[in-house]
Design a protein around this ligand. Sequence first.
Ligand code: NAD
Length: 269
Amino acid sequence: MKVAVSGAAGRMGGRILTLCRAHPEIEISAALEAAGHPYVGRDAGEISGLGTLHVPIADDVYKVLESADVLIDFSSPEASMTNVKAAAETGKAIVVGTTGFSEDQREALTEIGSATRCLIAPNMSMGVNLLFKLVESVSRALGDEYDVEIVEAHHRMKKDSPSGTAGKLAEIVARALNRDLGTAGVYGRQGLVGERKPEEIGIMALRGGDIVGEHTVMFVTNGERIELTHRAHSRDAFAKGAVQAAVWLVSRPNGLYDMQDVLGLKETS
Ligand code: NAD
């Protein structure tokens, strides 16, 4: 299977190249970076510590897709929009791990992506996808009596806030409790904000150092609370999932998929 990696010089791109290199069924066919990136033209293996792969980093997604069965893309929202469009036009499969899309971009992605084999997930780790399921059941079981607050922490270089995963957790809670996240979501608190309203879903983002990614969903009532926490120890938790998703996706029919499909967690979600 021929895999191309977009965002090849990035933190996730490096781990994906490494795991693809070690995968017995995968050949790294191409690597993509932003036009003007200093690593364009350099060997993808050399910049990620894998030795020479004879795969020069390119900056033209259409050229990159020519030799690939699937593109794994962890880049930026704008770049991913372009890449999904290119994948749809050329009939190639694409796995998108990028986060930080606007509502409009998400709608456009849903439409464009379903014209090919497209998998989009704000978190590719097994653990977080299981957390999604647990949070849904706990929300339903506890109902409105428990206040729900979501806290996420990430490294200081992260650009979007709150994380795509925290956003998805908030959507899951809102759906399970029949609330509109547009009005129930409270993103940070400052000043004389008044008492907490029962329907609020708090979403708080911490940033610092090299934290790979942590998410806690708290269900709090008088006298007790339940906390469900996931902590990623390394980016390989996400990279492993992305590679697994790419292998799974190539043989599917056209459509829009997420990680719950790959992990077989969809049925009861
Ligand atoms: P990063 O900044 O280290 O890497 C992003 C790379 O994309 C950079 O090298 C950048 O130059 C490159 N890029 C920008 N424009 C491009 C273009 N047009 N074509 C190709 N490459 C381009 O960031 P990161 O930590 O690797 O994260 C990347 C994205 O993945 C972020 O949105 C992050 O939130 C998300 N992420 C998702 C998961 C998940 O499981 N889904 C896990 C971790 C990170």
